[in-house]
Design a protein around this ligand. Structure first.
Ligand code: ARG
Length: 471
């Protein structure tokens, strides 16, 4: 090749080399190097097909496999020098292969396009990534379950509108996140069902001019289903969108629990404390103990959501089939994956290390009239008062308490009697008791103690089958 001509692997028809802006804007090796293992796995499967259909001799095949394995080691040991002029991971591996084994390396790209190649690599990558995220989610679920099992007998306020609503058991609160994260686990599993597909053999967009044995490739990759349409195979990013949605859903759940950890650890709430090791101090205010970890994860949830949005925007209105816009879908993928993995660990460690302060939670329950509904329900069931009337009577009692700075627990009997004789009944105390209140919510999924035991059992069996499905 003369020096003025293009030196690219695709440069045959070009009279002049690529301009520097094209090189700068077009390189993806700075991020898609992360696909090297998957690219090599895909290339090995493709090579086996080339051997079967007579494009490669046994010797050539053997040296390709050996060369690819060597390149995998080189990259994993940081020995490959990435060069922007080689654009992407696919070109890097192919050109290194030719450097190592000569002409046989030049045969590898027969009947393949980078369009189906990168499509396959990403699907392989997503499969591995989902496995990893699911394993991490399992360890988070284990920690929550453990914490919930130890907090069945602690009562805290449940909120609506961030105003004290009703007493709930702390286990019930924690398990609500157990089920949210278990759905994240399942959502990732559903993504697998769409993701695990063999697209190699689709070529640039129309299929290939060789008798490619797609079933053989599918077997090699352990992706039993074949894509049905080569155009769709190289253009669709639905599986990636679904993965990014699963990441976003997980992060939304994290951002909610993080927000609560932040609120609950303020002086005003003082419901829980985080261990020193998970909090930071201030360079100016000596008293500060800040929940940065929770704040960072809350912030990262926005970042992951934008990765989803990035790919949504990218594919919207994109004509079929492959367009270069798609190259940067991997930036969204890698960043979302990294943030989710960091966040799972962060949330897990905060839950593991948090200490509840039951006396403060009970105090809020009393000050927040958390058992007012129970008192009204008691009037209904024991005193046969119509609910609307019971609501009115208890509302008046709350009003009197509020104006005299009292709670349902310490308001004087005379003042109670002024509103209703029922309020000096000897069952009054039981009707407003915090733990009685929880135990009366004895429906499946309710906050009663026996329902907690039941729920913990259900959570255990979810975890067991999740673990089994991943072993
Ligand atoms: N680096 C490219 C990507 O990730 C590979 C596919 C290139 N295809 C092409 N027709 N230029 O999208």
């Amino acid at each position: 090749m003369s020096s003025e001509k293009s030196t690219k692997l695709w440069g045959g028809r070009f009279e002049s080399p690529a301009s520097s802006i094209l090189e700068k804007i077009g390189e993806s090796i700075s991020f898609d190097y992360k696909l090297y293992k998957q690219d090599i796995r895909g290339s090995k499967a493709h090579a086996r097909n080339l051997l079967k259909i007579g494009i490669l001799s046994q010797d050539e095949f053997d040296s390709i496999l050996e060369g690819l394995s060597r390149i995998e080691v080189e990259i994993s040991e940081g020995k490959m020098k990435f060069q922007p002029e080689l654009e992407d991971i696919h070109m890097h591996i192919e050109s290194r292969l030719t450097e190592l084994i000569g002409n046989a390396g030049k045969r590898l790209h027969t009947g393949r396009s980078r369009n189906d190649q990168v499509g396959q690599d990403v699907r392989l990558y997503l499969r591995d990534s989902i496995e990893l995220i699911q394993k991490e989610l399992i360890s988070l679920l284990e920690v929550i379950l453990d914490k919930a099992s130890g907090s069945v007998d602690m009562v805290m306020p449940g909120y609506t509108h961030l105003q004290v609503a009703q007493p709930i058991r702390v286990s019930h609160y924690l398990l609500s996140y157990f089920w949210a994260f278990s759905r994240d686990f399942e959502t990732f599993q559903n993504v697998r069902n769409h993701n695990d597909l063999t697209v190699l053999g689709s070529g640039a967009l129309a299929g290939v001019n060789y008798a490619t044995d797609r079933n053989l490739i599918a077997e090699e990759l352990n992706f039993p289903k074949l894509s049905k349409n080569s155009i769709d195979a190289v253009s669709s990013r639905d599986h990636l969108l679904q993965y990014l949605y699963a990441c976003t859903q997980t992060m939304i759940h994290f951002s909610r629990i993080c927000e609560e950890i932040i609120i609950f650890s303020t002086v005003e709430f003082s419901f829980l404390t985080l261990p020193d090791s998970l909090t930071t101090g201030s360079s100016i205010m000596p008293q500060k103990k800040n929940p940065d970890l929770a704040e960072l994860i809350r912030g990262k949830s926005a970042r992951v959501q934008s990765s989803l949005n990035h790919v949504i925007g990218m594919v919207k209105g994109l004509p079929l089939a492959y367009n270069r816009d798609l190259q940067e879908d991997k930036i969204a993928l890698f960043d979302a994956e990294e943030q989710v993995l960091l966040s799972i660990e962060g949330v897990r460690e905060m839950i593991r290390g948090m200490k509840f302060r039951p006396e403060n939670m009970e105090n809020s329950l009393r000050k927040g009239f958390a058992t007012a509904t129970d008192l009204a329900d008691w009037l209904v069931s024991e005193k046969k008062v119509p609910f609307r009337e019971a609501h009115e009577l208890v509302g008046r009692l709350v009003g009197v308490c509020t104006s005299s700075g009292k709670t349902l627990f310490d308001i004087e009997p005379e003042k109670r009697k002024d509103i209703s004789e029922f309020f000096i009944d000897n069952k009054y105390e039981a009707a407003i008791s915090l733990s009685n209140s929880t135990d009366k919510k004895n429906v499946p999924g309710g906050t009663a103690r026996i329902r907690q035991i039941e729920q913990i059992d259900e959570a255990k069996s979810f975890l067991n089958s999740a673990r089994q499905s991943k072993s």
